[in-house]
Design a protein around this ligand. Structure first.
Ligand SMILES: *Cc1c(COP(=O)(O)O)cnc(C)c1O
Length: 378
């Protein structure tokens, strides 16, 4: 079987994990947590990083610390992994689902701009939806598949409003807009290290921010908000969202390999561009101008999506359809959906992701290309 996207454990993982086990530093404190945080901060060019148990918890805490209140709205793209929207619901807030651009598959910025201009108003330093006068507490751009939102334009639009930005950059470790790393432009950036992300700790996440006080708050609230080193005194309802040292040790080893992983993802993408261009009606995600993507999860677009999926999976090549749009999930179907030309639906019906693990061989990539070709030859 050729898997879709699996972890690549090829460096110092065993050695660092053994070090944790040998020294008994397996749990919630330890030097690998600090090292992993430092490495993320350095790599992304953001001064502070706080490790979390997964990407979803990183988003949840970022929403809370951005000031999202119960009953608030948060703007989020309609095409994303469900965790983005779940993190909003965890704050008892509601999503405003924004349709995406048909070419780049990122939040549609024309639509966002007109929505903000026509359907919102500002009062006392906050932004409100005209329809029900409820506050809009934050906006969450998602850098879908490691391609990115056009961040100059996005920040230009958003800067006209009192609207904190939490970047869901969980898929975009190693992606750059101009010389700025994904996740480095908002109030917070969030990363994920689950099994299929570009680096993996099994499960894990990270918050990055330029604000030292917010970073301290994030550390505090993710570690049960204990306010006294000796007494069990806690000064608010905190969370047990910390990443354990054993997993941070895996993370340090994975970070050491990240430049190589990015290079390999880009080589795989190039092989697919070369091998699949002109095959049937296949199209690719349009990379946003000024973006250097990490090519995390290679995804193609074709009207014969279901046939290609079936043929690949029948040939033991793992491939997956794109996420069901958020407005079609039972728990979000009644939320506000700002749509344009039914774009989310057509992306859902035509896109599929194909194998691109960093340890896939060149021969396997050619097998995938050949097998896709068979569908269009018939
Ligand atoms: C992976 C992912 C997350 C959540 O990360 P976990 O570590 O699995 O909790 C959030 N948003 C998006 C867009 C993702 O792809």
């Amino acid at each position: 079987m050729i898997p879709l996207s699996v972890p690549n454990i090829a460096g110092n993982e065993w050695q660092y994990v053994k070090d944790c086990l040998d020294t008994n530093w397996i749990s919630s404190v330890g030097s690998y947590v600090d090292r992993f945080e430092q490495m993320l901060a350095e790599f992304t060019g953001v001064p502070y990083a706080v490790a979390c148990v997964n990407g979803t918890s990183a988003l949840h805490i970022s929403m809370l610390l951005a000031g999202v209140q119960p009953e608030d709205y948060v703007i989020v793209p309609n095409i994303t992994f469900v965790a983005s929207v779940n993190s909003i619901r965890y704050c008892f807030a509601k999503p405003i689902l924004m349709d995406v651009d048909a070419e780049s598959w990122q939040m549609d910025l024309d639509l966002l701009e007109s929505f903000l201009a026509e359907q919102t108003f500002q009062e006392n330093g906050s932004l409100y939806l005209k329809a029900d006068r409820k506050r809009i507490g934050a906006i969450m751009p998602v850098h879908v598949l490691g391609n990115m939102v056009d961040m100059d334009r996005f920040m230009d639009i958003v800067s006209r409003y009192p609207l904190p930005v939490v970047e869901d950059s969980t898929e975009a470790l190693g992606s750059y807009y101009k010389d700025k790393h994904a996740g480095s432009m908002g109030l917070f950036g969030c990363f994920s290290f689950n099994g299929n992300k570009i680096i993996s700790t099994g499960g894990g996440g990270m918050i990055v921010t330029h604000d030292q006080a917010l970073a301290k708050r994030a550390k505090h609230i993710t570690t049960t908000a204990k306010s006294d080193p000796f007494e069990y005194m806690h000064d608010e309802t905190g969370y047990n969202y910390r990443l354990v040292n054993v997993l941070a040790a895996v993370g340090v080893a994975q970070m050491e390999q990240l430049p190589g992983f990015i290079q390999r993802k880009q080589e795989i993408a190039q092989a697919y561009y070369d091998g699949l261009s002109g095959v049937g009606d296949i199209r690719f995600q349009k990379i946003t101008e000024n973006v250097e993507p990490n090519q995390w999860l290679f995804t193609i677009k074709t009207a014969r999506q279901r046939e290609v999926l079936a043929h690949l999976n029948a040939n033991k090549i793992q491939s997956r359809p794109f996420w069901v749009p958020m407005n079609q999930l039972p728990m979000y179907k009644d939320d506000l959906f700002i749509q344009h030309n039914n774009t989310s639906q057509s992306i859902y019906e035509t896109c599929l992701s194909i194998p691109c693990s960093t340890n896939i061989t060149d021969e396997e990539v050619q097998t995938v290309i050949r097998t896709i070709g068979e569908v269009f030859a018939s």
